[in-house]
Design a protein around this ligand. Structure first.
Ligand SMILES: [Zn+2]
Length: 795
């Protein structure tokens, strides 16, 4: 701790040389009346002081304190029993005051806290010096939008990047006709990203523009544009919705898709996924003991439902002195007869009992035993009797066998010729609304096919795969045993964490078990601890649930779009979803053309969500996972995008709800009352249909894009008829896919201009849209020269 040089508080002991004889002050034994033995100035004079409470009887007591040499502040307030005053005193001084009979209480402000304030002030001064050395900052407006959401309330969302934003004293204020608001700095993994509002700001009227002012001197204005609200052609008026009426466990959602496929054999079929899960099952266990040192537990070799639950465990007091420790098995009960001493007292330790059970051929054929949480087990085992149990509470109708996951495949032509779309729900068990989104969407497609032209077009032109629950075992556990279960049920913990009291802490996070940007690759946001809720598993793709997703996208190469349905919060995100913490190095961002395509598609999909009951997913919760939320190493959207080029999105259904009475936002949680869960399922099923519309447009897109070259002060930019990637050359050569691309100016910014040298430059380029159509039907791999050309001159 830094000494408080130059700020030394008045030293009690210096003054203390004089007092001690103050009339009426009790002299405690510790107060040495022979000052010769005491140093005049105590050692450690730089010792830091605390601000502490002292309670005295009255004002006269304050005088006594001062007379005793205490540094009494001006603060005083009446408390039961007298007057509370605050005294600045080192630890030694506090002891001395106590010895003098003063009631010295807890610290109001500790020396550590004072040091922190000093350090903060020093840093502030340093920063102010830096600021004065800095020129005005440049402000880049990333997003400036208004939208209406559920209930018709209108909101503003603004995001601005300051060139000095890395400095925490950069304060941005947004003002508009009718209001103003200070923004917060969005900092993640130590890196400044941009300034934003923590949540959208409710406004009465939409301003035409906003002005952003920086404490660093920068100022800029931006028009406010509408977010979402895109008029939707969508389904016709007779479309039927609302096919779910209660939360469904995985057994029921899988039954439902099988019934649907059987009912609509021309339009649908079931695809069995090859890797069975471990199943909703556990080995049976029993724990005996009262404290850690005398506790031990046994685990059956058989699954609970296959005999483990029928076993018993008894630690028996033989009732006679000098008895040996023995283990027998009697009618399915492991009987441990505990050893006794000459007085008949029990003397077997937990470690001895564990060793005896494991050494007994009869007992070890049924169970294995361990001490508790790795304890040495030196405590004496108590007599007790327990039935083994797998502690699973689901009714018998829930199978305990390995689960075969399935996808329902919907489409008129299911031969791989149509654009494929994959939707998958409930990677996380507790997210109960997400399987409803899956089932509702499947039913809408099949039941409206005959009567609704828009639905028919989707089913005719697409090949749709829907997995209603990627985590059926964990899902069952969430429904019947522990609502907050997130992971699957597979236990990778060793004996030290495998006792029955740890059973809610096991499992692998499926959405951290994939092979791209994983924990094993050094990415952030997954854990190697078997009890962490973001446990990555022991290896990439160790879990059958994850392998099934990969299998499906590899088996059906026509899948080009995917939606990973999660809850809650109202997010809409895409890759990259992970970064390496040191330096916040993300997986590669999509090209500017792909990124623009993600945004354009998102606008359509989120307008579809909004169409149901007005819910607007916030622009601040839309974007690459790594830009708006956090790093999630080894997630499935990254797997599908980077390994197979599938446009992979994540829904977090369940957007915050505006509370008009409180004027704030309320989070909905994982398992809202069904009435709310139903609304979420409906609106995000709308969104999933929106994705199908995007995919159909992609599959039918044969129209080449067109672009126009624009010369700006910064260089060359392009206007395009749709989201495109642009390859260009400046040296007169023929542009190919290997030529440089127009790139992003930065996170959440648009395209960067291509800087030009002064003089005349020949720009050759071509654009290519998301579906692969090339401008002017140019073939970059051929020999033609029908690329775009323009000569530009810069003075
Ligand atoms: Zn989730």
């Amino acid at each position: 701790m830094a000494p408080m040089t130059g700020r030394s508080l008045r030293r009690l002991a210096v003054v203390a040389a004089l007092p001690l004889i103050i009339a009426g002050l009790p002299l405690a034994a510790g107060a040495d009346p022979e000052p010769d033995d005491e140093p005049v100035v105590p050692l450690g004079v730089e010792e830091d002081a605390d601000l502490v409470e002292v309670v005295v009887d009255d004002q006269a007591g304050v005088i006594d304190l001062i007379a005793a040499g205490a540094d009494v502040t001006e603060y005083a307030r009446p408390v039961p029993g007298g007057l509370e005053v605050h005294v600045v005193a080192t630890q030694a001084e506090q002891d001395e005051l106590r010895a003098l009979g003063f009631a010295v209480d807890g610290a109001v402000v500790t020396a550590e806290e004072t040091d922190a304030v000093v350090a903060e002030r020093d840093a502030a001064i340093e920063r102010l010096d830096q600021i004065s050395a800095l020129a005005t900052d440049t402000l880049t407006v990333l997003r400036s939008e208004w939208f209406t959401s559920i209930g018709g309330v209108t909101y503003l969302n603004i995001e601005v990047k300051s060139s000095t934003g890395a400095d925490s004293s950069t304060v941005l204020t947004v003002s508009w006709d009718g209001g103003s608001r200070t923004m917060s700095r969005f900092v993640d993994a130590g890196q400044y990203l941009y300034h934003r509002f923590n949540e959208p700001i409710a406004v009465d009227d939409v301003p035409a523009e906003v002005t952003i002012t920086s404490s660093m001197g920068g100022v800029t204005t931006a028009p406010v544009v509408e977010w979402l609200g895109e008029p939707r052609k969508g389904e016709g008026p007779h479309v039927a919705t609302g096919f779910v009426d209660h939360y469904m466990d995985p057994t029921e959602v899988y039954q439902r898709i099988e019934e649907l496929a059987a009912e609509f054999p021309q339009l649908a079929e079931i695809v069995d996924l090859p890797y069975q899960t471990n199943g909703y099952r556990r080995h049976a266990q029993a724990l005996i003991g009262t404290v850690t040192s005398n506790a031990f537990y046994v685990t059956s070799h058989a699954w609970g439902h296959e005999g483990g639950n029928d076993l018993g465990l008894e630690t028996r007091n033989p009732g006679v002195p000098d008895s040996p420790l023995t283990v027998t098995v009697e009618n399915g009960t492991i009987v441990v007869s505990l050893a006794t001493d000459s007085s008949g007292a029990l003397i077997s330790t937990a470690a001895q009992v564990v060793a005896a059970i494991n050494a007994s051929p009869a007992a070890s054929a049924l169970v294995s035993a361990s001490t508790y949480r790795g304890n040495a087990g030196n405590g004496v085992t108590v007599a007790d009797s327990e039935q083994l149990s797998d502690f699973l509470s689901a009714p018998e109708s829930i199978s305990r066998e390995p689960f075969t996951m399935r996808a329902i495949r919907i489409g008129k032509d299911r031969d791989g010729s149509q654009t494929g779309v994959l939707a998958y729900s409930q990677e996380h068990a507790r997210e109960w609304v997400t399987p409803l989104v899956a089932v509702e969407t499947a039913e809408r497609l099949l039941r409206n096919y005959r009567n609704d032209a828009a639905t028919k077009m989707l089913v005719d032109d697409l090949d749709i795969f829907i997995i209603p629950s990627v985590n059926p075992d964990g899902g069952h556990y969430s429904f019947y045993d522990r609502g907050f279960q997130r992971r699957n049920m597979t236990n990778y913990c060793g004996p030290n964490l495998s006792d029955p009291n740890a059973r809610n802490a096991w499992g692998v996070d499926i959405n951290r078990n994939f092979s791209v940007g994983s924990r094993f690759d050094g990415y952030d946001g997954a854990s190697g601890s078997c009890t962490s809720d973001v446990y990555s598993g022991p290896a990439e793709l160790s879990e059958p649930e994850a392998r099934n997703e990969v299998w499906l996208t590899e088996r059906f190469e026509n899948i080009e779009f995917a939606m990973n349905v999660h809850s809650y919060g109202g997010y809409f995100m895409w890759p990259p979803g992970a970064y390496i913490d040191d330096g916040r190095v993300t997986l590669p961002h999509a090209t500017i053309g792909e990124e623009n395509y993600f945004w354009a598609s998102s606008s359509h999909i989120l307008s579809a969500v909004q169409d149901w009951r007005g819910t607007a997913v916030w622009p601040g919760r839309t974007g690459p996972v790594a830009d708006v939320l956090y790093s999630a190493a080894g997630n499935s959207a990254d797997e599908h995008w980077y390994n197979r080029g599938i446009y992979g999105w994540d829904f977090e259904v369940g957007a915050d709800l505006w509370d008009p009475e409180e004027g704030d936002w309320d989070a909905v949680g994982f398992q809202p009352p069904f009435a709310e869960g139903f609304e979420e399922a409906m609106e995000f099923s709308h969104g999933l249909v929106g994705l199908l519309e995007v995919a159909r447009a992609y599959g039918n897109d044969v129209k080449p894009p067109t672009t126009t070259l624009v010369l700006t002060d910064e260089g060359v930019t392009f206007d395009a008829s749709e989201p495109v990637s642009i390859h260009y050359t400046l040296d007169g050569s023929r542009p190919t896919y290997a030529s440089p691309m127009v790139s992003s100016a930065g996170l959440r910014e648009g395209a960067a201009a291509i800087p030009l040298e002064s003089g005349t430059t020949t720009v050759h380029w071509f654009s290519v849209d998301a579906a692969g159509n090339v401008e002017s039907m140019y073939n970059p791999n051929g020999n033609g020269n029908n690329y775009r050309k323009q000569v530009v001159t810069v003075d």
